[in-house]
Ligand binder design. Structure first.
Ligand SMILES: [Zn+2]
Length: 244
């Protein structure tokens, strides 16, 4: 028996830690907000296509900054230990190629790399930005239509751990591809807009061919942005598949 590390947490223990994290305030990084200023509803009304504008190439995180941002958030060490920072290329709305970064579970590193290579070479699908959620202080990524993966949290309005906690889920263009409750309309889901996903999208086909599941296939709600790998939570925490 090794005494180097504390025993791995159970699903229930991890869930309690995440509940506590939700109530903690995180430090606001002003440099980050210069890159992605938060917009009022009025400002968005005046500039509804703001997410199509070429973004200033964001500062890429170093491994050290990445680890620092997780410590600040007080993410359990056993989760940090299995995450990797992956560099990917993606196409902006201006058709130029940009560099992005994704924090993901180490078992999915080669898969997500292949998915992004295929999206770039086989489709003309645009994204606003692809950056770690810590670059948005964990709270404004979706509003800015940023595509990101790792996010230590529970599923919204639920007691279950989100697959994003393990770096085993990624949201693509979340502003354009919102979570929609069954029977309800969401005006921000508008298939005439570029960057929107539906069952015919080449991007969905690529993710599925590379082994990912899609929230657009759920029956009781649709999470159009959400691609996930439930086997990661199952393997490491005995977690049942959760449909957000
Ligand atoms: Zn998601």
């Amino acid at each position: 028996m090794s005494f180097d590390k504390p025993p791995k947490k159970t699903y229930e223990e991890l869930r309690e830690i995440l509940k506590e994290l939700e109530t903690k305030e995180t430090q606001v990084n002003k440099e980050v907000f210069k890159l992605w200023p938060s917009r009022t509803p009025e400002e968005i009304k005046e500039d509804p296509l703001f997410y199509e504008k070429p973004i200033t190439q964001p500062h890429s995180m170093t491994q050290e900054e990445f680890l620092g941002s997780l410590k600040e958030k007080k993410v359990p060490q056993e989760i940090i230990d299995v995450l990797v920072l992956v560099n990917v290329d993606y196409r902006g709305f201006d058709s130029k190629t940009y560099e992005g970064q994704i924090i993901i579970h180490e078992d999915l590193e080669s898969s997500i790399t292949k998915v992004f290579q295929r999206i770039l070479s086989e489709t003309d699908f645009p994204m606003t930005s692809v950056s770690p959620l810590s670059m948005f202080n964990w709270n404004s990524s979706s509003k800015n239509n940023n595509s990101g993966a790792f996010d230590p949290r529970l599923v919204s309005n639920s007691d279950e751990i989100s697959d994003h906690t393990f770096g085993a889920a990624i949201d693509i263009n979340p502003l354009l591809n919102p979570w929609v409750q069954k029977g309800l309309e969401n005006p921000s889901y508008d298939l005439s807009k570029r960057g929107t996903l539906d069952e015919y999208s080449a991007v969905v086909k690529i993710f599925e061919e590379e082994g990912w599941k899609w929230g657009g296939n759920w029956e009781n709600s649709k999470d159009w942005q959400h691609f996930y790998r439930p086997e990661i939570g199952r393997k490491y925490y005995n977690k049942e598949e959760v449909k957000e």
